[in-house]
Design a protein around this ligand. Structure first.
Ligand SMILES: Cc1cc2nc3c(=O)[nH]c(=O)nc-3n(C[C@H](O)[C@H](O)[C@H](O)COP(=O)(O)OP(=O)(O)OC[C@H]3O[C@@H](n4cnc5c(N)ncnc54)[C@H](O)[C@@H]3O)c2cc1C
Ligand code: SF4
Ligand code: SF4
Ligand code: SF4
Length: 460
């Protein structure tokens, strides 16, 4: 790992450590314009690159560091300054004005939407009223943010895309809209945009009429798809991949120059196919920032939408919707009154059931962060009101698990996809067969043995 010198901005380390989520905040704030969008082949992800580190030597304020959401996000402060909320006690669930389960029949059943088609309905409502919308769309090569102005453009909007997203254009797009618009984004994208806006261009805040937030558990590097394609013998570069729509869980559709390949995401032809899918889309293939993320519920938006995976709902395509402001609640109620949205009351227990307590509370994220910091790596700091809460230090078994996850990530980046799958399988088996777990402890024991010998030799 390259540790930046004192004169280097911290974002250099953010990028090296796979923490950049390409929000674009640093690009906007850099006075010398040396930060450029970049696709990193090693990490197989969109991020930024500092083209001329010499320029940073004379940049005393280093404003890129203060806007970067992968360095520090003070959520109550941002909520106060961007939403005008008097948030003195922001819990992990964030500000809440209502919690619902819901769907929009035509949008849910259109073969594209991810869960209840709520986001699509909100976009359509805005466009019908001639309110522009900034959201991710399908582009000629991949996906990226764009301004939509007409209902016809709704066809460009994909369901959830879990890999290869750069959101760097969002701030310039926001600057260019001539009237307040709706903005659809994941939590980290919104954090970057708001961090930049509150400190450097507050006029942008007035350009956002409604913030529609996706609840977001993870994002993959493109290595996920490369690995899966290797296992399935799919040749050529992928031009596009989709994960949602068509059935309640969604089909994985991979398009290459040679055609389209479809895979069910829950029903597999056999154990080998299950392993191919499970390994490629496992947590070890997530962007590292996602494994450290503590804002999955999108606490800074007006309306947050996610999947309502609730036992009593039997995997129906249904959204869980958390309104965070009176404006968010008002628009939902008006769509319900107009008959275009089916809503039922829900509550915080359903948020936890659908997302897991671990994700909502950020428990593993905090322990993983602590582990990484103990080996000298920088991790993002998430400030909630209850900053005093301390996660117990990771146990030895957990530390070993985090170590294996780092190994998995390293194998992926080196395109050692087959070995990656084998290590994934061994790790999986070790949960059920203690002897496999012991295998994993051998390298650690050897290391300690060699270290002890060296210490004894030195002190002799
Ligand atoms: C990366 C990612 C991870 C997610 N993880 C979870 C999770 O752990 N738990 C959960 O409950 N829900 C998660 N979601 C949200 C869920 O998948 C649905 O997006 C949400 O339920 C809305 O569904 P919908 O049918 O109302 O919207 P849709 O009609 O499917 O509209 C989706 C909207 O999301 C936008 N979009 C798609 N992908 C991206 C992206 N990568 N970045 C920015 N915008 C994007 C599209 O432009 C569109 O506006 C995730 C979404 C994403 C993008
Ligand atoms: S330190 Fe200054 S010049 Fe260097 S990238 Fe950051 S903002 Fe730009
Ligand atoms: S500000 Fe955004 S784009 Fe810049 S380094 Fe941080 S996460 Fe990446
Ligand atoms: S999990 Fe967190 S860091 Fe990862 S894409 Fe979602 S909001 Fe961003």
């Amino acid at each position: 790992m390259n540790v930046p010198s004192l004169s280097q901005p911290k974002i250099a380390e953010v990028v090296t450590n796979d923490l950049c989520i390409a929000c674009g905040a640093c690009v906007e704030v850099c006075p010398t314009k040396v930060i450029k969008p970049a696709y990193n082949e090693f990490r197989a992800a969109h991020e930024v690159r500092i083209d001329d580190l010499q320029a940073c030597q004379s940049c005393t304020a280093q404003p890129c560091d203060s806007v970067c959401p992968s360095i520090r996000v003070d959520l109550p402060d941002l909520a106060r300054r961007s939403m005008g909320l008097n948030v003195s006690d922001m819990s992990r669930q964030g500000p809440v004005t209502g919690v619902f389960l819901g769907y929009s029949q035509p949008h849910r059943d259109n073969g594209v939407s991810s869960s209840g088609g709520i986001v699509r309905l909100l976009i359509q409502t805005a466009l019908t009223a001639s309110t522009p919308v900034i959201c991710l769309i399908k582009k000629e090569h991949g996906h990226g943010p764009a301004i939509l102005r007409s209902v016809a453009e709704l066809a460009k909007v994909p369901g959830s895309i879990y890999h290869g997203i750069g959101f760097l254009d969002a701030i310039p797009l926001l600057r260019s809209v001539d009237q307040p618009c709706y903005l659809v984004s994941t939590p980290c994208q919104l954090e970057g945009i708001l961090k930049y806006a509150v400190d450097h261009e507050p006029a942008l805040l007035d350009k956002i009429a409604l913030k529609i937030g996706l609840i977001c558990g993870w994002m993959y590097s493109d290595h996920s798809l490369h690995a899966f394609m290797t296992y399935k013998g799919i040749k050529g570069d992928f031009t596009d991949a989709n994960y949602r729509g068509e059935d309640k869980v969604g089909l994985l559709k991979i398009r290459t120059g040679e055609g389209e390949h479809k895979f069910h995401r829950r029903v597999f032809a056999g154990r080998a196919e299950r392993l191919d899918y499970a390994a490629s889309f496992s947590s070890g293939a997530n962007r590292l920032r996602c494994r450290l993320c503590q804002d999955h519920l999108n606490v800074l938006c007006d309306v947050a939408v996610g999947d309502a995976w609730l036992a009593r709902k039997h995997e129906q395509k249904l959204s869980i919707i958390v309104t965070r402001t009176p404006a968010g609640l008002k628009i939902l109620r008006s769509l319900e009154a107009a008959g275009s949205l089916h809503l039922e009351s829900s509550g915080e227990n359903d948020i936890i059931e659908s997302q897991s307590e671990d994700l909502v509370e950020g428990q593993t994220a905090r322990r993983f962060s602590r582990h990484l910091r103990s080996i000298g790596m920088a991790t993002p700091e998430f400030v909630y009101a209850e900053t005093t809460r301390q996660e117990p230090p990771p146990t030895l078994a957990e530390q070993a698990g985090f170590g294996i996850e780092r190994l998995l990530r390293w194998l992926l980046r080196n395109k050692n996809y087959r070995l990656f799958r084998s290590v994934y399988l061994l790790r999986h088996l070790s949960r059920y067969h203690p002897w496999v777990g012991r295998l994993f402890r051998i390298p650690g024991k050897l290391f300690r043995l060699l270290k002890d010998r060296k210490t004894t030799a030195l002190s002799a």
